[in-house]
Design a protein around this ligand. Structure first.
Ligand SMILES: *[C@@H]1O[C@H](CO)[C@@H](O)[C@H](O)[C@H]1NC(C)=O
Ligand SMILES: *[C@@H]1O[C@H](CO)[C@@H](O)[C@H](O)[C@H]1NC(C)=O
Ligand SMILES: *[C@@H]1O[C@H](CO)[C@@H](O)[C@H](O)[C@H]1NC(C)=O
Length: 329
């Protein structure tokens, strides 16, 4: 596992000069694997925030000469939403995990902070946070990708209805297999049997496709899809689109129950300071850019999208996993 983390953070060889800042909770698999075991095992320097807060994060980056920042998309969104570029000292790289970053977010961030390279990682609690990652700036420029498969990983894309394996470019459920996949859920045989196949494939519950060159793209969580008259609407796609609106600071799209159509997309929107964006303007912005069944049909304005430690678990199953008892170092 340490080997895989070292590849992800490009720490092979003698270059162990990076200083990392921990913004993610260590009870979550992201922090547990990246910080509590992986980077520590590599001998990297780690600064730990007791709790994520933007001002405290900036102070630590500057005071301790942080060069490498693993984070989740909401932090990146907050850094981008700031009217002026924030002082980032020696920060040169950040890696984002938990949910996909859109092309607009990556490009917007690169424009505002050209000195910082963005990498991405993909994984689940059930796979020890391992699965895929972009390990170079060049790989990250393939927008929206979670990267190439991690070492020791097999993957296939499966039609969730028929169980049939799908070819390149086709979207279906991602199944992965590797030595880091969990043995099962604690005292829950039923959940284990529906998640692990007898020959060791982990059904990730993520809707993905893999392109011709082997890059993985995560479309959304299978279970979180909004079902509008049987059509599937990925909330992440609408959230990414809405974040491109110049007057929207943050957004969350949810399924709104409806007797006639089943569910329709509803958006909770945080307006930027001074904006007087209306419900209708939000809906019209979306309508012009999506298929009719994906339309946002209800909007509510809020002052913030709640994001506490538990809500960082964006792409992770709720069940607790028993991980392999392999030695970490
Ligand atoms: C996959 O999609 C890419 C981008 O749209 C396209 O260039 C490529 O030809 C496709 N390959 C196959 C095998 O469908
Ligand atoms: C904001 O918009 C609402 C309705 O769209 C309008 O009633 C109100 O006067 C506007 N306020 C400002 C400050 O423009
Ligand atoms: C996270 O926020 C939700 C909603 O605001 C709240 O119900 C929950 O108790 C919070 N959890 C923690 C660990 O703070």
């Amino acid at each position: 596992m340490v080997q895989i983390i070292m590849t992800r953070f490009r720490l092979e060889g003698s270059d162990r000069t990076e200083t990392f800042l921990c913004t993610v909770p260590m009870f979550h698999v992201y922090g547990l694997v990246t910080f509590a075991t992986g980077l520590l095992g590599c001998g990297a320097t780690i600064i730990v925030l007791s709790k994520y807060e933007l001002p405290e994060m900036l102070r630590s980056i500057n005071e301790y000469g942080v060069t490498y920042l693993p984070l989740v998309p909401p932090i990146l969104v907050a850094m981008l939403a700031h009217p002026k570029p924030l002082p980032l000292g020696n920060l040169r790289k950040l890696v984002s995990g938990g949910a996909p970053l859109s092309k607009e977010l990556i490009e917007g961030f690169k424009e505002k902070y050209p000195q910082v390279e963005i990498l991405q990682g993909y994984g689940l609690t059930e796979s020890t946070a391992i699965g895929a990652s972009t390990d170079s700036a060049e790989e990250s420029r393939r927008y929206g990708t979670a990267g190439l498969l991690s070492p020791n990983t097999e993957a296939k894309i499966v039609d969730p209805e028929t169980g049939e394996a799908l070819p390149v470019n086709r979207t279906g459920e991602l199944w992965i297999r590797g030595p880091y996949v969990m043995k099962g859920y604690f005292k829950n045989t039923e959940a284990t049997q529906s998640t692990l196949t007898p020959d060791g494939w982990l059904k990730t519950g993520d809707l993905c496709y893999i392109d011709e060159d082997g890059y993985l793209f995560v479309v959304d969580r299978l279970k979180e899809l909004i079902k509008y008259k049987g059509y599937q609407v990925p909330p992440a796609e609408l959230e990414a689109l809405l974040l491109t609106h110049p007057e929207i600071q943050d957004v969350a799209v949810i399924p709104f129950p409806d007797r006639e159509v089943g569910q329709f997309p509803m958006a909770y929107v945080v307006r930027k300071k001074g904006s007087n964006l209306s419900e209708r303007e939000v809906m019209e912005f979306v309508v012009k850019q999506v298929a009719p069944y994906k339309k946002v049909r209800k909007v509510a304005f809020v002052t913030e999208i709640p994001k506490n430690a538990s809500e960082f678990t964006v792409v992770i199953h709720e069940q607790r996993a028993i991980l392999y008892a392999a030695p970490v170092l």
